[in-house]
Design a protein around this ligand. Structure first.
Ligand code: ADP
Ligand code: MG
Length: 253
């Protein structure tokens, strides 16, 4: 299907215990650039990613990915969840975690092939974690763990990458490594969507922005929507504190 939206969200409402977390969102994502999802704490950013993956019950609306229901195309989407929800004590090595990215391609009783192992090795290499292959994931630093989860996403060879707050708790080197990787994947034609609540680097990192506060406030090229009026509609009163730093709006404002 030419020109079909990669992700097409129509009239989406998701509630937890009958309390809406996102409300009537319409959004067609098809652009080539890197897409950021921003909004205050509790705005429904993580819920939106989970809804795309059908990890939360959808109260109302439809989501299609490549024109299909998500269940049909799940292996084309990789997801790195927000850190807090991962069980770090689970006794698995870096290699094991990255191999999980290959399971989407393997049958139920199929064992990883030499090719799967080569893809896993390459993914680990791309995030510079070679020397940690046999380490338990729980023993790594926050930045290293995030690299491993990125490697898992790479090994999956998906078309769409969903990252939820990938920069939280990582060192500057890892942050740059993640950015570089996002660009590489995007240049290869993959869709990269990143939830981020920190506004500081939004203008450097994202070509497009989805701004939400339960409702969709705006979606468009960053230079068009990263404006005080839309930001204050997204962040409400909290923005006055942010505005004091002034750097968010740059000199060109
Ligand atoms: P964000 O990622 O923007 O911080 P979330 O999508 O995590 O926001 O949450 C949106 C709202 O839904 C918040 O009010 C949050 O407390 C609530 N919420 C999120 N997950 C659950 C859940 N599993 N059960 C109940 N409420 C939830
Ligand atoms: Mg979140």
């Amino acid at each position: 299907m030419q020109n079909a939206a990669v992700i097409d969200i129509q009239n989406l409402t998701v509630s937890y215990h009958r309390k809406p977390a996102i409300r009537s969102i319409n959004l067609k994502l098809q652009e080539k650039g890197i897409i950021g999802i921003i909004g205050p704490n509790g705005a429904g950013k993580s819920t939106l990613l989970k809804a795309i993956l059908k990890l939360v019950p959808i109260e109302h609306g439809t989501i299609k990915v490549f024109g299909e229901p998500v269940d049909k195309v799940r292996s084309k989407i990789s997801y790195v969840p927000q850190k807090e929800i991962i069980d770090w004590d689970f006794p698995v090595t870096v290699e094991d975690v990255v191999m999980m990215g290959r399971y989407a391609h393997l049958g139920a009783i199929e064992r990883p092939s030499a090719r799967d192992r080569a893809i896993v090795d390459e993914a680990i290499d791309k995030v510079s974690m070679n020397e940690y292959k046999k380490q338990q994931i729980g023993n790594l630093s926050g930045g290293q763990q995030q690299r491993v989860f990125l490697a898992r996403a790479l090994a999956q060879e998906s078309e769409i990458l969903l990252l939820d707050e990938p920069f939280v708790g990582v060192d500057a080197t890892t942050e740059q490594a993640i950015i570089d990787l996002m660009h590489t994947l995007n240049d290869e034609g993959k869709m990269v969507i990143v939830v981020n609540h920190d506004l500081g680097k939004v203008q450097d990192y994202f070509d497009y922005l989805v701004m939400i506060n339960q409702w969709l406030v705006a979606y468009g090229p960053t230079r068009e929507v990263f404006k005080p009026e839309l930001l204050s509609r997204t962040y409400g009163g909290r923005l006055t504190i942010l505005q004091k730093t002034e750097r968010f709006f740059g000199v060109a404002q």
